[in-house]
Write a protein that binds this ligand. Structure first.
Ligand code: SIN
Length: 293
């Protein structure tokens, strides 16, 4: 509405982008705040150290990066992941035969649900949650099936100074059992006796950029430690609503054989299941991370 005055919610002033030029790849930003498409690289070909470094820098600077029209084998997908660290094995999700690190991402007309439909940071219930996820979508629906990504540095920055002070030193409990129990029954996967859970700082410092990011998510975070339950519920509800403000987001429209590589330490994401009865299918390779601090 024109003429609106006063505080309409979080305001976020993004620092001017002054990154050094790239020499072996080119970047096309989706928004000033998060997301960039990378061109000039064929992930099926051997990659120079310089290109690897530039991809790593593009991820640090843009939080999620995208590559279109890539034709890579499952082994090349796994090898691309290994360039960034050891591979993470999902505690519950189905994977390709004989390749536990190659998670299936699949929904069709018979699916009761799709992967990642709510805002989350991948497997934040792990004591050492994954640093990054590399999703390769091979079959797209004719329309829809986008993925939304949100910048958790920006979400943290846009909090009031009083809220930042309140969160300082607080930790929260992230629970996998609540999420994963029964979740993959439609794939014939039986429940495990136990799933990971962990306590993490509510604000984490990124080990590469040194920047602070809000680190609670609707998917896995269940309560703040050391405060009354009703206070915890109210604070978490506020933080989820704040973190999900479109101001901090980009939205990626998939095309067949596109890849998204996101940094779970400073990004939350959400997949749209708006394409039923069509099929969307691919694989995710996930890279191990560190204990959040
Ligand atoms: C996920 O890894 O959470 C799934 C994301 C997607 O399918 O877009």
């Amino acid at each position: 509405m024109s003429g609106m005055r006063g505080n309409q919610g979080p305001r976020y002033r993004h620092a001017t982008d002054e990154s050094a030029p790239y020499e072996t790849i080119a970047l096309d930003k989706l928004t000033p705040i998060i997301g960039a498409e990378v061109t000039g690289v064929d992930l099926s070909k051997p990659m120079s150290n310089r290109t690897q470094d530039e991809i790593h820098r593009a991820l640090a600077e843009n939080l999620v990066i995208f590559f279109r029209d890539q034709h890579i084998s499952p082994q090349q997908h796994l090898a691309f992941g290994r360039m960034f660290g050891d591979l993470h094995i999902h505690p519950a999700a189905p994977h390709e035969d004989g390749e536990p690190a190659l998670m299936k991402i699949y929904a069709d007309k018979d699916s009761p649900r799709a992967n990642g439909e709510g805002w989350h940071s991948d497997v934040s219930c792990d004591a050492e949650p994954p640093m990054g996820s590399i999703l390769y979508i091979k079959q797209c629906p004719p329309k829809g099936g986008d993925t939304l990504f949100a910048n958790m540095y920006a979400a943290y920055e846009a909090l009031s100074d009083r809220m930042k002070a309140y969160l300082d030193g607080l930790t929260a409990f992230h629970d996998g059992a609540d999420v994963y129990r029964g979740l993959y029954a439609n794939y014939g996967i039986a429940d495990k006796p136990a799933y990971p859970s962990a306590e993490h700082p509510m604000v984490r410092t990124h080990p590469v950029t040194g920047k602070k990011a809000l680190y609670v998510n609707r998917g896995f975070t269940r309560r703040i430690i050391g405060i009354p339950r009703d206070e915890s519920d109210a604070i978490l509800a506020y933080l989820y609503q704040h973190a999900e403000n479109p101001l901090f987001q980009c939205r990626f429209r998939w095309t067949e054989n596109a890849i998204a590589f996101w940094d779970n330490r400073c990004v939350q994401h959400r997949a749209m299941w708006d394409y039923w009865p069509h099929t969307r299918s691919g694989n995710r390779v996930t890279v191990k991370g560190d204990r959040p601090v």
